[in-house]
Write a protein that binds this ligand. Structure first.
Ligand code: UDX
Length: 461
């Protein structure tokens, strides 16, 4: 709600720090949440661990950006092991946060609260020591978090080896529907520890926010809400996609990659409505050479137009002859403005790895999905996309762990052409409407944000 006079002044003096993990899939939701808080009148500073070009701007729209990068700790960031990396994040926050808080206090903008990524629960302890309130933001789904919570509580034993796992509040889950960390302990011991560790001090956080919305995950929400006061604040998509009055907020996030904006949008403009398959596997997934070949083959056989994001680091595996064979049909770029692409009328479906952001973005834009999960929480997200929300189909993996070109062709046809496509499109439109309602003024997520802001303002007076 609009603030009046003195309230507005107090809000502008109420200063919140936000702390994302330095990965694209974590920066985007935290930045958008920061923008929502700023749009309600608060002063917001996002602390960045990375010193990429964008952070040099020192602000991003309504949000200030402050780098807490420490080059002695992060000099060889890509070569470091996971544990060392996390320890370095901890050491940086432990050392820099007191300085940051003191400095803003001296400048007349004291900090009242730290909003931190749930994968850094120790940030709450540091904030508490400094006398700040602490709010955690989960950037995965409630369903996935519920599974990790069961692991944390010892209710779900790992490794899960049996075919099906019964998790309260969830549909029956087969092993391939569970987050991959639960079945492959050898490959991801630290990531499982971190995922379950998100709940280690949850009872002490002043607020527990989730990038989801009430109606999307109502059953799990009701279940988990019995144990802690969860507040959905998503989907954290830029307000211009939900609020017709917002014109200048098209920037999705602080991009760690350089988007090929002009060529993508121009190319999409020249295509028919709903004629293009958009293909992307997010910022982290690594595909094998054979899998890349099969995707190319499937796209070609589907005979649809396609826009395919192949990150710079993945390019050497790309079957280059494929481009000559399909130059009429497709465009391959190293990064794109995904939100704009999904909102474009020419896009007919999204072949996605089902990262939580990509899933929520497609859902919020009403774009049907071909789910091709790779690892982590993506497998569970894919299960919900195909069987719970029914906004897409999921590809089958063969005995060699490959999704064949034929399978890809068939699934694309299923969401683009066949009888099933009508039903999927109808469901997608339903969820698009509900997602936008949640973040619109006085929607369920917006109310949770309003409440948070009101409490912080009240604390400041
Ligand atoms: C990861 C995990 O996979 C995800 O499941 C987890 O919940 C968060 O971290 P990532 O794999 O990168 O993230 O996928 P996703 O969550 O989909 O985030 C990618 C982000 O990059 C999205 O917001 C998407 O809009 C953006 N993006 C992707 C672009 O802007 N351009 C692109 O070309 C590709």
């Amino acid at each position: 709600k609009e603030l009046m006079g003195s309230e507005q002044r107090v809000a502008a003096e109420t200063h919140v720090l936000t702390l994302p993990l330095p990965f694209q899939g974590h920066i985007n939701p935290m930045l958008q949440f920061s923008k929502r808080l700023a749009s309600k009148g608060l002063k917001v500073t996002l602390l960045s661990f990375t010193d990429k070009e964008w952070t040099k701007a020192a602000e991003h729209g309504s949000v200030n950006v402050q780098i807490i990068f420490d080059d002695t700790l992060f000099a060889e960031i890509t070569d470091q092991e996971d544990t060392v990396y996390i320890n370095n994040l901890y050491a940086t926050v432990k050392r820099r946060l007191p300085e940051v808080v003191a400095k803003h206090g001296e400048c007349g903008y004291p900090i009242s609260c730290l909003v931190y990524d749930s994968l850094m629960p120790w940030a709450l302890d540091i904030a508490t020591e400094l006398g700040l309130l602490g709010a955690t933001l989960f950037t995965q789904s409630l369903a996935v978090s519920n599974i990790y919570y069961e692991v944390h509580q010892g209710k779900l034993k790992v490794p899960v080896e049996k075919t099906a796992a019964a998790v309260e509040g969830m549909p029956p889950l087969e092993i391939h529907d569970l987050p991959t960390f639960l079945s492959d302990l050898e490959s991801y011991p630290l990531l499982l520890k971190l995922s379950a560790g998100q709940f280690s001090n949850i009872g002490e956080a002043d607020w527990v926010f989730f990038n989801t919305f009430n109606s999307l995950e109502d059953e799990v929400l009701n279940l988990m809400a019995r144990q802690c006061a969860i507040k959905p604040v998503g989907p954290t998509i830029p307000s211009m996609y939900t609020d017709k009055r917002v014109k200048d907020d098209k920037d999705y996030g602080l991009s760690l990659f350089k988007p090929d904006e002009e060529s993508c949008m121009k190319w999409l403009d020249s295509r028919e409505p709903c004629s293009v398959v958009y293909v992307s596997f997010g910022s982290l997934s690594i595909l094998g050479e054979r899998q890349m070949e099969e995707i190319a083959c499937g796209l070609k056989m589907s005979c649809h137009y396609f826009l395919w994001v192949v990150r710079e680091t993945e390019k050497e595996k790309f079957p280059s002859r494929f481009l000559d064979e399909t130059s009429e049909k497709g465009l391959v770029v190293t990064w794109c403005p995904q939100l704009e692409v999904l909102a474009h009328k020419s896009v007919g479906c999204f072949m996605t790895h089902c990262g939580w952001n990509s899933t929520l973005e497609a859902l919020s834009m009403g774009v049907p999905m071909v789910a091709m999960p790779q690892w982590a929480d993506q497998t569970t997200n894919a299960k919900f996309v195909a069987d719970v929300w029914r906004v897409g189909v999921r590809v089958k993996v063969d005995e060699e762990g490959i999704v064949t070109g034929k399978e890809i062709e068939l699934r694309i046809r299923e969401v683009m052409e066949e009888e099933t496509a009508i039903e999927i499109r109808k469901n997608s439109e339903k969820w698009e409407k509900l997602a936008k309602e949640a973040v619109d003024e006085d929607g369920s997520s917006d109310k949770n944000i309003q409440e948070f802001v009101a409490k912080l303002i009240c604390n400041s007076t």
